[in-house]
Design a binder for this molecule. Structure first.
Ligand SMILES: [Zn+2]
Ligand SMILES: [Zn+2]
Length: 564
């Protein structure tokens, strides 16, 4: 292979974590290298590590600096961890976006919400080659837990990459046909240099199981309820919603949808032809006329989201859905790690209302959209890749996947987390892949409507405040630095008083600060910084001694001129 035909891979997000997927493939050397991006997702903040942050995105500085060489953005499917950052980040990239129909609709919504026109999104058909720079890409339909899930076949002069996206091999996916294994085998025969592959459930043995196989379990559970049934799952899992709705109809229940996200997803799926139809639904006014045993509610909020329909039902604040003794809530979903506390809080509230809660542990009412080891192994058998690139997983998933990949026939496997750039071809000293560069990656937080970097200190300060509280001290001084009034002290997130304390905390701080400033030399008193530092140290010392904690302190020296 001639010089300059280098094919490289690097993740900016999604490798070493589950969430905010963003992968880059580069072809060519130096100035002539061109890039494509696969997926542009978010992850969600949590109180423990990023209080106040709703959305976390990959740091895209690397590719933003190269954006003139970014020839295309491909989105494998419409889950938030694959498309959620597109609207927020696209202005820094400005490359054309290629999606199949259903995903394109969601991508346009994302851009629209960010005030960007939808023409940037080009709708393409599966199997149709898209030529962008030196890459020829085509989407290959795969089964997952959302309509329109695609793998991406990336052909370059240096070889072919098969990028799975999120997938399982579902023999009965209910929307669309099962995965075309014969076509995969043909792709394998033509030669696959690298398989970039979902690792989410690689640690679980066996097959993921099928959407179709859930019908029985869901029907059994629903038959068992004499009151109203409410079911929740991800709004995007339209196949599941359709299954539940169909069983509801069969059992003589009318369908009521509560949750905007769910209505929008179902409408988009029907409009784009991703599902052939959806059972008729009734309005909340119509529902009010029916006895509860004739109702099936489909609700958002399976992950404990505080503003979603289910949380409002649980707190009795939903405008038209109210559940109680004899009613049932079905969680046809798995709780994403990190969401357990919120999910159980709602679970307990429903329980206290007398509602019977059935979750995925109780019966065969949920299956993951991610293949387990047997699904993944099957893909290796069909595609016969030389190189395995495990992604969409935490480090432990990637590592295990890489090990298994060698058993499944790959010649090499690389555990490359975010930022590790691998050269896939040509081999370096007979080896491929090899690490050729480490690029800086990180997380960008969306805080309100503003971006903050993970290392900017904003979240770090917020964590400190959460753990230690805050004290403000205002010091009013004359020009010589003599206090002309008692220090003003205000504590936030600190106890006012404690057992055995000689005085309330604010008072003790005030006295200590007063004394410390009193002891300063005439020279030190001329410096505001010195005065503020002295007050801070005195305050921390008092707090440590009595309270046993060192709060954040803001001391402000305010000097009044003689003329004032
Ligand atoms: Zn995903
Ligand atoms: Zn997904």
């Amino acid at each position: 292979m001639s010089d300059g035909q280098e094919l490289v891979y690097v993740a900016l997000g999604g490798a070493g974590e589950i969430g905010m997927n963003l992968y880059l493939y580069g072809f060519g050397k130096g100035k002539n290298r061109r890039w494509i991006m696969v997926d542009c997702g978010v992850t969600f903040g949590d109180m423990a590590s990023s209080p106040g942050i709703d959305i976390v995105m990959p740091d895209i500085d690397f590719i933003a600096a190269e954006r003139k060489k970014l020839v295309g953005i491909f989105i494998t499917h419409a889950h938030e961890d694959h498309v959620g950052a597109l609207g927020r980040l696209w202005r820094r990239l400005k490359a054309p976006i290629y999606c199949t129909k259903f995903t394109a609709e969601i991508a346009r919504n994302k851009l629209g919400e960010a005030g960007i026109g939808g023409k940037e999104v080009k709708t393409v058909e599966p199997h149709t080659p898209i030529e962008v720079g030196p890459f020829t890409c085509r989407y290959f339909p795969i089964t997952h837990s959302i309509p329109g899930a695609m793998s991406l076949i990336i052909d370059t002069p240096a070889g072919r990459v098969f990028h799975t996206g999120d997938f399982k091999l579902d023999p009965e996916p209910l929307i669309g046909p099962p995965v075309d294994e014969a076509a995969l085998a043909d792709i394998g025969k033509e030669g696959v240099l690298a398989l970039a592959c979902d690792s989410t459930n690689v640690l679980m043995e066996g097959h993921a199981g099928s959407e179709g196989a859930l019908k029985e379990g869901l029907e059994r559970v629903m038959r068992d309820c004499e009151g109203a049934v409410a079911a929740t799952t991800f709004a995007s899992n339209v196949a599941r919603l359709r299954t539940i709705a169909e069983i509801g109809r069969k059992l003589g229940r009318s369908i009521v949808i509560a949750g905007r996200a769910m209505n929008r997803m179902i409408d988009t799926a029907v409009e784009t032809g991703a599902i052939p139809d959806f059972p008729d639904t009734i309005s909340d006014e119509q529902a009010a006329q029916l006895p509860s045993e004739n109702l099936l509610y489909l609700l958002t909020g399976s992950q404990g989201e505080g503003r979603a329909a289910l949380a409002r039902v649980a707190t009795g604040s939903h405008p038209f859905v109210s559940l109680g003794e004899g009613d049932m809530v079905i969680y046809s979903s798995r709780t994403i790690p990190g969401n357990e506390v919120e999910v159980y809080r709602i679970h307990n509230k429903l329980s206290a209302l007398g509602v019977r809660v059935v979750d995925a542990d109780d019966d065969q009412i949920h299956t993951s959209g991610h293949g387990r080891s047997e699904d993944i192994k099957r893909l290796y058998e069909l595609l016969k890749p030389q190189i395995s690139l495990p992604l969409h997983g935490e480090h432990r998933h990637l590592r295990h996947h890489a090990k298994r990949a060698l058993e499944w026939g790959a010649e090499a496997a690389a555990v490359a987390t975010n930022g590790t750039m691998l050269q896939l071809s040509p081999p370096v000293n007979g080896e491929a892949p090899v690490v050729v560069e480490e690029i800086e990656t990180g997380r960008t937080y969306l805080d309100g409507e503003t971006f903050v970097g993970a290392l900017d200190g904003v979240v770090r300060a917020r964590l400190k405040l959460a753990r230690q509280g805050h004290v403000s001290i205002a010091l009013v001084l004359d020009e010589e630095g003599v206090l002309i009034a008692d220090p003003e002290v205000r504590c936030l997130g600190a106890p006012e008083d404690g057992e055995g304390w000689p005085a309330p905390l604010e008072e003790m701080i005030m006295d200590a600060v007063d004394e410390a400033i009193d002891r300063l030399s005439d020279k030190d008193r001329l410096s505001d910084a010195q005065i503020e530092e002295t007050a801070t140290v005195a305050c921390r010392r008092v707090c440590a001694k009595h309270w046993g904690k060192r709060p954040e302190v803001t001391a402000m020296a305010i000097r009044l001129d003689e003329e004032d």
